[in-house]
Structure formats: C-alpha cells, structure tokens
Write a protein that binds this ligand. Structure first.
Ligand SMILES: NC(=O)c1ccc[n+]([C@@H]2O[C@H](COP(=O)([O-])OP(=O)(O)OC[C@H]3O[C@@H](n4cnc5c(N)ncnc54)[C@H](O)[C@@H]3O)[C@@H](O)[C@H]2O)c1
Length: 385
C-alpha cells in the first residue's frame, strides 16, 4: 500500500469543539480516500491533568500546556484553534508566521480589525487556512447550495434565518470561565451575533451572495452578571438577542433573528430562501431533510416535498451507509476535514477560508454597530468561495 503523507495536528483546546474536531480527524480518513493521514500529534491546554486525560482518550501523542510551543514545534503541520474567540487571532498569526497551516473555529476573530490581521498573516505566509463554519457541510445544506447554483430557484427575493436558544435566561448564570466565556464580551466579542447568527450569515452569503447593508436591533436583557474570574458583579457587554434586516447584493431581502431567550428552543437553526420558481427550507432539528417547493410542478401534485438527503448521489452520502440511513451533526466536521485534505492534494483553497470568514465578520460587526447606533450600516462584505 502506498505510504500516506502525514498531517500532524496541533489541537489548541479540548472543550466542545476540541472533541468534535478530534473525532473528525479520526473519522475522515476512514471514510474518505486521501493521500494525507491526519495524526493527532499534540493537544494543548492549560491544565495538564485534564489535557492528559483527553489526550489519552483520543490518542494524542503529546500534551503541551503552552500553545506557543505547539505552533513553533517542527513536528506540527497544522494548528487547529478550538479556544474562545479572543484567542483566535494571536494563535493563528503566530502559527502562520511559523509556516503552519491554520484552522480556526468561528467566528474568525473578535472583530474585523483582528480578522484582517489574520487574513494578512496567512496570505503572507502562503499557508492553507480554513474556518469551521461546519453547517455548510451538512449534506442537505450542501445540496441546497447546489440547487441554488443550478438556477432552479430563479431570481431570489427573500432569505430568512433564525438561531434560537434559551440557556442564559437565569440571572444567576455568571459571565467568564468555562462554558460561560460566551457571556463575557472580552472573551466572545459579541453575544448571539458572533456565536449564532455568524453561522446563519455564513450559510446565507454562501447560498445567496454578499449582504451589503444591515439594520439591527440588539438587546441585553440581563445587564449585570458576576464574573467568574474577578468574583465581582460587572456590566454585561454581549447581545442576548439580535434581529436584523438586510439587503443582499443580488437585490433580495433578508431577515435574521437570534436569541438565547426563546424558552423551549435549544438550537433551533432554521433557514429559508424564496425564488421566483422555487423555495428551499432547512431546519437543524431535522438536519437530514431539505424542504423543497417548485411552482413548476403539475398543479394537482404541487406542494412542499421533504427530500430525505441520504442517497449516494447526494453530497457526501456515498461515503456513508446505504440510502435511507442517517448521519448526524458530527459528520459536518468530518466532511470539513475530508474537504480540507482534498484541497491539500488539489492545491485549491477550500471555503470558508479566513478571507471568507472575514466577510461574515464584517456583517457581524455592522450588525452590532447598527444595533448600537440604531441606524442602517453598510457592511463592506464581498463574495465568498
Ligand atoms: N462550529 C460550531 O458549531 C461551534 C460550536 C461551538 C463553539 N464554536 C467555537 O469554538 C471555539 C471554542 O468553543 P467551545 O464551545 O469548544 O468552548 P469550550 O468552553 O467548550 O472549550 C474551550 C477550550 O478552550 C480552553 N481555553 C480557554 N482559555 C484558554 C487559554 N487562555 N489558553 C488555552 N486554552 C484555553 C478551555 O480550557 C477549553 O478546552 C469558540 O471560538 C466557539 O465560538 C463553534
């Protein structure tokens, strides 16, 4: 058997995303052919004991408590950043300067200024880079992109998206620290806009092109929370909820909504696009299905059809079981690794690159500014690959 090229991974962080990515690097080469073999080389985390336990479970060869040693290590090819948002830029820039390929979790950075520095760093170093907007690679979402690109929908009029949760409604929940770093503006950059709407914006612009202008209403329902690190009650700087209207470059209109105060919703991600001939809708709670309506169907059978995206000729599914059998959330990350490995062989960048994620960051920042100033804002966002 031909010897594969090793892709030695330096993983920074071992929380929720550290786990999904470790799983993806493990599974991708078993289900997708590649000339590359990911190797779980080093896990970096501040607490050695916890890191050693995680490393043993997932099969990392080494543990390192200082991420700087990972990005400069000669035995690492790709640095994968799975830590809170305020750490992405420093680690990614150091990794690019050390000549490593860089993958980072979303959002790209804490703000556009940091994101621009990250894009400049990977361009200067000429290193492959990618941001984990994983929902693109749920087969139904990828199929929607293919249908939209085929022109079946005709002229696009509307796109609407929602990402709803309910986990921060208690005033007793602190800000800062494990898990609740998302409530601390210094660690997260923003609230639901960067955490949840960023996913919707990435999918929306990938499907429907750039968002050019936004008008937002943001709200922080609980104004003060205890900070885990200082122990003091401090103002809350993140948006708990955000709704915004927007213009797309192609003339269509968008409306987006996200909150962590929609009682009963845990991760309700819904997105719908309406064209002159047809519409598509997708819901994360039923992720294997794509809802499709085509007005050109014969009138007596016309109606929304629910496409069970499990067939071998639908995106990614030929690599899994047999038609009709399901895959899940975690496979979106596996597909992203598979596509990244393929891009290393082909030499063609794979989206979302850092530059693509910067376009989403621009929209997020314009949304936050619009909410603050109560005014329409231009985003400056361009096309994605
Ligand atoms: N793609 C997605 O769907 C998705 C889902 C969740 C989170 N995310 C993103 O992934 C990133 C991580 O989120 P998470 O949910 O895994 O968070 P988490 O809280 O579960 O894990 C964060 C990890 O970072 C480590 N960490 C924190 N501060 C650190 C520091 N100063 N130095 C080194 N390590 C540090 C923690 O120990 C932990 O291992 C965030 O950018 C988040 O926005 C993306």
């Amino acid at each position: 058997m031909k010897q594969k090229k090793q892709l030695r991974v330096g993983m920074i962080g071992y929380g929720f995303m550290g786990k999904t990515h470790s799983n993806a690097f493990t599974l991708a080469p078993k289900f997708f052919d590649s000339e590359y073999q990911p190797v779980l080389q080093t896990l970096s985390a501040r607490n050695r004991e916890n890191a050693e336990e995680f490393a043993a479970k997932w099969g990392y060869k080494n543990v390192e408590t200082d991420w700087r040693k990972v990005v400069s290590s000669p035995d690492i090819d790709v640095v994968d950043i799975c830590v809170p948002n305020n750490l992405h830029a420093e680690i990614a820039i150091a990794a690019a300067e050390a000549g490593k390929m860089v993958l980072t979790e979303k959002p790209l950075a804490i703000d556009v200024a940091e994101g621009e520095k990250m894009v400049a760093a990977v361009k200067k170093a000429g290193v492959p880079n990618m941001t984990w907007y994983n929902y693109r690679r749920i087969p139904a979402v990828t199929l929607a992109k293919q249908i939209i690109d085929s022109g079946k929908l005709g002229k696009i009029f509307h796109l609407r998206a929602q990402f709803l949760q309910d986990w921060t409604m208690s005033a007793d929940l602190p800000q800062g620290g494990a898990g609740t770093w998302r409530l601390d503006v210094d660690a997260a950059g923003s609230g639901v806009t960067g955490d949840l709407l960023a996913h919707c914006i990435d999918t929306a612009m990938w499907w429907n092109g750039p968002i050019t202008r936004v008008c937002a209403r943001t709200e922080t329902f609980i104004k003060e929370r205890k900070h885990v690190e200082s122990g003091k009650t401090q103002p809350v700087g993140i948006d708990d909820a955000c709704v915004f209207l927007c213009d797309f470059e192609n003339g269509s209109l968008g409306n987006f909504e996200s909150t962590r105060y929609a009682r009963g919703h845990k991760a309700k991600y819904f997105i719908e696009i309406n064209g002159e001939h047809a519409s598509i809708a997708w819901d994360l709670h039923d992720l294997q299905r794509l809802e499709y309506f085509d007005h050109r169907d014969e009138s007596i059978v016309r109606g929304w059809r629910s496409i069970h995206v499990t067939d071998g000729d639908q995106p990614y599914m030929g690599h899994w079981w047999v038609p009709g059998l399901l895959i899940g959330y975690e496979h979106s990350f596996t597909h992203q690794v598979a596509d990244f490995l393929e891009s290393l062989s082909s030499g063609k960048p794979v989206g979302p690159t850092f530059e693509d994620a910067l376009q989403t960051q621009k929209v997020c920042e314009a949304v936050i500014e619009s909410g603050r100033d109560r005014a329409w804002k231009d985003t400056g966002a361009g096309k994605m690959i």
